[in-house]
Ligand binder design. Structure first.
Ligand code: GTP
Ligand code: MG
Length: 234
């Protein structure tokens, strides 16, 4: 019997699609001031250039939901805190509410699985007291929900400064998984010097450890920053 290549290819694609449909959806909440590098991080970490597909769908006044067909990932993007204090208050309340809703749901696909709290290294001399205060509130509220929180130090160049900030944050003894410095994309300073991207593969490994087993497949399916880890899962 003659088997057409076309048929085989079609069957393969269908099987792959079925596998994707079977995956759980990974939900990540990304928090951080405007311009710290949230979109850049999302686009370099995950396939599908999610953060480029526009602003996402507003699900509350301040939080946007970014998703793409056939990518088992949802990003909840929060606007930067370059906002009036009443707007800031609203964002914070909405964030806690989102965590609460997720925790109340019995479906793993509706929970928030992980938080990336992004702080920019480049623009910060040290980090400001209001932000620290909010981090304390968030981490203590999160005692109820136990969502793994990563503090991602974005644009983490110079590395030495990033390390100093990391130590400063660690001194606070916040209930978080880890402080992770990353440079998502190479950064060019002048013709002589380009800082090489780093840290994303480490973030992938830490995420793998922190996420529940049911979500590991979805995570490895969507991440493109650590190909070794991806290959292993395959
Ligand atoms: N080279 C380099 N540039 C970066 C990196 N992260 C952010 N940037 C630059 O910093 C600027 C702001 O980054 P975005 O990713 O848009 O920041 P954002 O947090 O999404 O900002 P909002 O959406 O306004 O809250 C852009 O011009 C990015 O190209 C990085 O890792 N490397
Ligand atoms: Mg953005």
């Amino acid at each position: 019997m003659e088997i057409k290549t076309e048929t085989i290819v079609k069957q393969c694609l269908e099987t792959i699609q079925e596998k994707i449909n079977d995956l759980n959806t990974l939900n990540i909440l990304v928090i951080g001031k405007s311009g710290v590098g949230k979109s850049t991080l999302i686009n370099t970490m995950f396939r599908g250039e999610l953060a480029k597909t526009g602003l996402g769908r507003p699900i509350t006044q301040e939080i946007r939901k970014i998703e793409k067909k056939d990518v088992p990932l949802v990003i909840y993007d929060t606007p930067g805190f370059e906002l009036s204090s009443s707007q800031q208050k609203q964002v914070k309340e909405e964030i806690i509410e989102l965590l609460e809703q997720g925790a109340r749901s019995k479906d793993i696909n509706d929970a928030i699985h992980c938080i990336w709290y992004c702080i920019n290294v480049g623009a910060n001399r040290t980090f400001d007291e209001t932000e620290l205060q909010w981090l304390r509130t968030l981490t203590s509220e999160n005692q109820k929900f136990k969502v793994p929180i990563f503090i991602v130090l974005t644009q983490a160049i110079p590395k030495k400064k990033a390390q100093e900030m990391k130590q400063l944050i660690e001194k606070e003894n916040l209930d978080i998984v880890k402080v992770v410095p990353v440079l998502a994309k190479d950064m060019e300073f002048d013709d002589e010097y380009t800082a090489k991207a780093y840290g994303l593969d480490h973030l992938v490994d830490l995420m793998s450890e922190a996420l529940p087993q049911e979500l590991e497949k979805a995570f490895q399916n969507v991440q493109i920053a650590n190909l070794e880890a991806k290959k292993k899962e395959c």
